[in-house]
Structure formats: structure tokens, C-alpha cells
Design a protein around this ligand. Structure first.
Ligand code: NAD
Ligand code: UDP
Length: 317
């Protein structure tokens, strides 16, 4: 009988996690999806529930978890500024206690573990594009700190568990990723703009909209994430994963209006405190090690995401 790899995905009912569970099942893994449903939803994995190789468990990673697994993808953590600032203490706990619990599990089961870290560890970067050796410009006491510093501390824990206990770690720093199943109310720019455009409501540009981001489509991100998981144990990262195509937030708004044929106009709202001015990944490391390259142009990815939100909005009517 074929033995399937047992893979734990924490935060598996969220946006990235649900796509990852789907991908791992298609690769004949036995998937345990763990989520406390803070921002994730059962609906995101409802289509996987019929599989005998998929199991959904409600659990908060700030508490210990006793299961037997071969591999762990640690994605549990709210990712949008609105959600991670809603209960900042819980956000830090999720990153830090969650990392300790999942690393403890990895240590006991000898599982390899991947951490979904973030470009936010670079804060408002003074080096552009960001390379992995850049140490960042994070405000440790600002409203984004619960997320940024939580993720930075999680990275510290990953590297210390690796050095101290020999746990096999993989740390990726994810740059803005978008696609179907983003939470409609999470306030992230891509979902906000698409929903506003589809409803012909004003599009909310924070500040002048000349800040930049580089948007990666979910399928590209997961191809890089899973390829990195499969590399030699000596490859710990941290490794940037994202699409280096950088655009201003205003350009994003204009593209969404064009693609949806919307009547929306642009309105300005105050720029949130500590909002990074610019962000673009340097992906030289990922290209060299994985032969990985994002393939989905932003217009194509946006079209797929718009189609998803159109479906969601018409189902809600
Ligand atoms: P998401 O909010 O859709 O998913 C996060 C999931 O974690 C949700 O299902 C949520 O319910 C769950 N969760 C939160 N706290 C938990 C806890 N204490 N215990 C168990 N589950 C918990 O966000 P996402 O975009 O899918 O992000 C997934 C991961 O990737 C996060 O760790 C995030 O920091 C990281 N990341 C994402 C992006 C991006 O652009 N999407 C960028 C950088 C990093
Ligand atoms: N943003 C915006 N309007 C919105 C939501 C976000 O102009 O309705 C801006 C936000 O200020 C930031 C960028 O879009 O500069 C990306 O925001 P998001 O919350 O998606 O992610 P971040 O990269 O800031 O974590």
C-alpha cells in the first residue's frame, strides 16, 4: 500500500492555506488542516471535505497540538492590517506561541516545517528592491508591530530551533499575494478595490496612491512555496517569494476599473500609520535555487480574482 505523506497546514482554511490544502491533496498527500476560523472559513475548504485524505480540525495554534505528521506548513496568522490590528496581542501570540508550539511538534515528530513569514519583516524599507540580507526598518511600537515583530520573532525561533535542536526549517518571506478566496472584508487592497469596482462604489486610495506594491498571483506563490519545501535540508532560507512587477496603488485602482468596466471614481482616504512607501522582492535566490519565476501577469491574475468576487457577490444577492 502506498504511504502518503502526512502534511499539517495551519491556517489551512484561510486564503493561501485553502489553496495549499488543495494542491497538496492533488499531490497525493494526507492533509490535516488546522484553523481557529478567525479569518478563515469552512467554505474555503468545503469542496475538499469529501476526500478521505483531508481532515479539518478547529484548533488555535497558541495552544499545543499533538498529532503525528511528516511535514508542517505554518500559515496560521491573520494577514491583513485590519484583521491583525483587531486584536494585536492575539496576533503576536499567534506568531510567537504558534511558532513555539509548531516547532515543538516538528521537533518531536522530526517533521520538516515551513514558516510563512512576510515582506513586513522589512518594515518601510530603505533598501529597494528588498534582498534577504536586508535587516529591515520596522517600528517596534507602531500599529503594524504586532504583526511585523511577531513574524520577526517567529523567524528567530525557527533559526534557533534549527541551530539548537536540528529541526529542518524552511522560512519564506511572502510579498503581497492575491487571488480567489481572499476574505471579502479583510481590507486588503486587491479585494477592496475589486469589490468597490464591482459595486460601482468609490475606490478608496489611501494617501495619494503613489506608494507601491508588487502583486503575486496565488498559484505562482504556491509553486514556489512547495518547491522550496522539497529542497535539501541545508536550504533554510529566508527566501523571498513574490512577483517583482512593481506598480503604484493608483495604477492598481485604474487597472481594476478598466477590467471590471466599472463606473467607480477614485477617492482619497488618510494613509495609515507606518504604511510602507514601496515594496518589491528581489527573487534572485528563488530563481537560482528553485528555477522559479512568477508566470501570471497581474492583469490575468486580476481577471481570475474579479471572476471569483463576481460569483461571490451574485451568490450573496
Ligand atoms: P488569511 O487570513 O486568509 O489566513 C490565515 C489563516 O490563519 C486563517 O484561516 C485564520 O483563521 C487562521 N488563524 C489565525 N490565527 C490562528 C490561530 N491562532 N490558530 C489557528 N489558526 C489561526 O491570510 P493569508 O493571506 O492566507 O495568509 C496566510 C499566511 O501567509 C499568514 O501567516 C500570513 O502572515 C502569510 N502572508 C500572506 C501574505 C499575503 O499577501 N497573502 C503576505 C505575507 C505573508
Ligand atoms: N490601500 C489603499 N486602499 C485600500 C486598501 C489599501 O490605498 O482600500 C493601500 C494601503 O495603504 C497600502 C497598499 O494599498 O499602501 C496595500 O495595502 P494592503 O492592506 O493590501 O497590504 P500591505 O502591503 O499594506 O500589508
Amino acid at each position: 500500500m502506498k504511504t502518503r505523506k502526512k502534511v499539517l497546514v495551519t491556517g489551512g482554511a484561510g486564503f493561501l492555506g485553502s489553496h495549499l490544502c488543495e494542491l497538496l491533496l492533488s499531490r497525493d498527500c494526507d492533509v490535516l488542516c488546522v484553523d481557529n476560523f478567525f479569518t478563515g472559513q469552512r467554505a474555503n475548504v468545503a469542496h475538499l471535505m469529501g476526500s478521505p485524505y483531508f481532515e479539518l480540525m478547529r484548533h488555535d495554534v497558541t495552544f499545543p497540538l499533538y498529532v503525528e505528521v511528516d511535514e508542517i506548513y505554518n500559515l496560521a496568522c491573520p494577514a491583513s492590517p485590519i484583521h491583525y490590528q483587531f486584536d494585536p496581542v492575539q496576533t503576536t501570540k499567534t506568531s510567537v506561541h504558534g511558532a513555539i508550539n509548531m516547532l515543538g511538534l516538528a521537533k518531536r515528530t522530526k517533521a520538516r516545517i515551513l514558516q510563512a513569514s512576510t515582506s513586513e519583516v522589512y518594515g518601510d524599507p530603505t533598501v529597494h528592491p528588498q534582498t534577504e540580507d536586508y535587516r529591515g526598518n520596522v517600528n517596534p511600537i507602531g500599529p503594524r508591530a504586532c504583526y511585523d515583530e511577531g513574524k520577526r520573532c517567529a523567524e528567530t525561533l525557527f533559526f534557533d530551533y534549527n541551530r539548537q535542536f536540528g529541526v529542518e526549517i524552511k522560512v519564506i518571506r511572502i510579498f503581497n499575494t492575491y487571488g480567489p478566496r481572499m476574505h471579502p472584508n479583510d481590507g486588503r487592497v486587491v479585494s477592496n478595490f475589486i469589490i468597490q469596482a464591482l459595486k460601482n462604489e468609490p475606490i478608496t486610495l489611501y494617501g495619494e496612491g503613489d506608494q507601491t506594491r508588487s502583486f503575486c498571483y496565488v498559484d505562482d506563490l504556491l509553486a514556489g512555496m512547495t518547491a522550496f519545501m522539497d529542497t535539501d535540508a541545508s536550504e533554510t532560507g529566508p527566501m523571498n517569494l513574490g512577483n517583482p512587477h512593481e506598480i503604484t496603488i493608483r495604477e492598481l485602482a485604474e487597472t481594476v476599473i478598466t477590467l471590471t468596466g466599472s463606473k467607480s471614481t477614485l477617492i482619497h482616504r488618510p494613509l495609515p500609520e507606518d504604511d510602507p512607501r514601496q515594496r518589491q522582492p528581489n527573487i534572485t535566490k528563488a530563481r537560482a535555487l528553485l528555477g522559479w519565476e512568477p508566470k501570471v501577469p497581474v492583469v490575468e491574475g486580476l481577471k481570475k480574482t474579479i471572476a471569483y468576487f463576481e460569483g461571490e457577490l451574485s451568490a450573496a444577492k
